[in-house]
Design a protein around this ligand. Structure first.
Ligand code: M6R
Length: 602
């Protein structure tokens, strides 16, 4: 769970690396580092914390002329976030950066230590550079040594290595962690995702698992276990500008405001007057399917959970949802009349990707709902529905959740059409509600201002309960996750009807209850649950289109006739509440502590 950038060519290398790492900082920001090799000179800089510390440290360093350079931004897995554990890791005359986990690193370390190698860091990565140098010293063949090294590695990795042994080359390998090569004539770039090389490279090759090789004299020499391999490039996307902050204080804030617009894109060409069309899906995907299983993590899991109500209610198909990290190790019973759906914003979440591979091995057909085209999960799936949310930079996911949920809602209707489980009038109602969704997502000044003002009353206490029923239970889980991620306050999402079975014991005036009370779904039931809490003096913030006398604070929503419109409108309220509380607490909204945007380790 780290970001990697590499460059070989004649341009100033420091700026290319630092700018690239800036774009990847969402992948991890415990520390960052760069290494540059120019002829016989190897330079290396590292700094703990955000990239700005590395910028400061390299202020007086410039690297003109031909050379090879690699950079890394880290999210710690093995070893604390210290400078010694920061990448690039150093041998005697080589440097390596790595994203992933070398699972057999302890065995390798033992072997190297027995041969007299001293380790400076606690990382799994450092074994790679020492292994390379051991093989190189024995063979005097840099690429041969790299090839031998790669063959010894078990686990997931994207690796770049530079060495004085061959100063005009960058060695690379990819297995299970993302990496691509960008081309602009003889200038060659590496990165963990498109963003750092947009505007620099023109063409791209997305490395596949098992690929390794080296770049030299403007050429890529590519191999896999069958030997030399050819590859073809494709044009690189050009929409980097969309990833700028546009005057908002934080990317998360910008992304909350963007939801209304991107939802239009999610629906474009898919929501028609008389039904749902997915050009990406053919009817065979669904032939013989009697059940759906969805696997995902975090926010994507909440979206999955919400959709399970829709699949069963609208498409009349059984739907089970599992947290990917649990699913992977439970020896699940899988039958091939089940469509296996994965949901992932990044498309790189290791647990979700592995769950998908398991399902494929069991012979299931797979569909991914993803925001990043060409990501590992997309490439692994039989079919994909892209969410079209655009780059999401805030670690706390917002527009990805909204668009995932919309795609899943559309999919429930698409399946209902295939299975003839929906009446024409009901279908029209759903389509009509979908088309109103962008309106339900608009953030008005009045709403934002109100939430900003009342947020000051929610900065303390001994915890938050977000409660809701039915579809609004997953939304409660998501509201609580948003708040805890960026405010560091304890928050739980709970089914409103379940409070009386235990958690109500916590109720007192310092327990903040955020009650999701839609008018169109189980209003009276939720109301009784909230009354029970109010009777125990819990502080209630009610979100509802219907005024509620017992609320200490009240946010009145507009929509009251369709559960999904209420869902999306209340989603925005919970996102803004988390945002405003986090800002008041002085936290870094976009890069909350201990988290990373893309979790590419188990
Ligand atoms: O990229 P993915 O959707 O697969 O990521 C899954 C989770 O790591 C992610 O949703 C995480 O929970 C977010 N930080 C939530 O805001």
């Amino acid at each position: 769970m780290c970001g990697i950038v590499g460059y070989i060519g004649k341009k100033e290398k420091k700026e290319i690396l630092l700018d690239g790492l800036q774009d990847l900082e969402y992948r991890g920001y415990d520390s960052a580092g760069i290494a540059v090799v120019e002829g016989k000179s190897l330079q290396n800089f590292k700094a703990v914390g955000k990239l700005t510390n590395l910028r400061e440290k390299t202020r007086n360093y410039h690297s003109e002329g031909f050379g090879a350079a690699i950079g890394h931004t880290r999210w710690a897995t093995h070893g604390k976030p210290t400078e010694l554990n920061a990448h690039p890791h150093m041998g005697q005359y080589s440097y390596v950066v790595h994203n992933g986990i070398i699972e057999n690193y302890q065995a390798l370390k033992k072997e190297l230590a027995a041969e007299g190698v001293t380790f400076l860091s606690q990382t799994d990565t450092e074994t790679i550079v020492h292994l390379f140098e051991q093989y190189h010293q024995a063979s005097n063949d840099p690429f041969g040594a790299f090839e031998q090294t790669v063959k010894r590695l078990e686990g997931a990795y994207a690796i770049l290595l530079v060495s004085e042994a061959d100063p005009d080359a960058i060695f690379f390998a990819k297995n299970g962690s993302p990496m691509l090569i960008g081309f602009d004539g003889e200038e060659i770039y590496f990165a963990s995702s498109d963003t750092p090389i947009i505007g620099k490279a023109k063409e791209v090759y997305y490395l596949e698992d098992g690929d390794y090789g080296y770049v030299k004299e403007g050429k890529v020499h590519l191999f896999n276990q069958s030997g030399a391999k050819s590859y073809s490039t494709q044009p690189l996307p050009t929409d980097k500008a969309l990833a700028q902050k546009d005057g908002y204080r934080f990317f998360m804030e910008k992304e909350i405001y963007e939801q209304s617009r991107v939802m239009g894109e999610t629906m474009m060409g898919r929501v028609l007057e008389d039904g749902i069309r997915f050009e990406e899906l053919n009817d065979h995907l669904f032939e013989g399917i009697n059940a759906i299983k969805i696997c995902a993590c975090g926010t994507s899991y909440h979206s999955a959970l919400a959709s399970s109500y829709l699949f069963e209610r609208i498409a009349k198909i059984r739907c089970d949802v599992e947290i990917a990290s649990e699913f992977r190790h439970k020896e699940p019973l899988l039958t091939n009349d089940t469509l296996f759906i994965t949901i992932s914003q990044s498309g790189e979440t290791a647990d979700t990707l592995e769950a998908l591979k398991m399902a494929k091995r069991a012979g299931l057909r797979s569909l991914s709902i993803c925001n990043v085209d060409n990501s590992s999960i997309v490439r692994e799936s039989d079919a994909t529905l892209l969410t079209r949310a655009g780059i999401e930079k805030g670690v706390a996911s917002t527009k990805a959740f909204a668009t995932q949920t919309m795609v899943l809602w559309m999919l429930s209707l698409w399946i209902a059409q295939q299975r003839n489980t929906i009446e024409t009038d009901r279908l029209r109602e759903e389509l009509d509600a979908m088309l109103h969704t962008p309106k339900a997502l608009i953030v008005t000044d009045a709403l934002h201002d109100r939430i900003h003002r009342l947020s000051k009353r929610y900065l303390h206490g001994h915890g938050f309960f977000f409660i809701g029923r039915d579809l609004f239970f997953p939304l409660a889980l998501e509201g609580a996750l948003k708040l805890k991620e960026i405010s560091y306050l304890h928050a739980e999402g709970y089914p409103a009807g379940e409070m009386k079975h235990g958690p109500i014991a916590l109720a007192d005036s310092e327990l903040f209850t955020i009650a999701l009370m839609p008018a169109s779904l189980l209003y009276d039931k939720v109301k009784s649950n909230v009354e029970e809490l109010s009777a125990r003096d819990a502080t209630i913030l009610a979100i509802s289109p219907r005024p509620f006398d017992l609320a200490d604070d009240f946010i009145q929503t507009q929509y009251d006739s369709h559960p999904m419109l209420e869902f999306f409108e209340m989603m925005v309220v919970t996102q803004l509440l988390a945002l405003e509380i986090s800002i008041r607490l002085g936290n870094d909204v976009d890069m909350p502590r201990n988290l990373a945007k893309s979790v590419t380790v188990e």
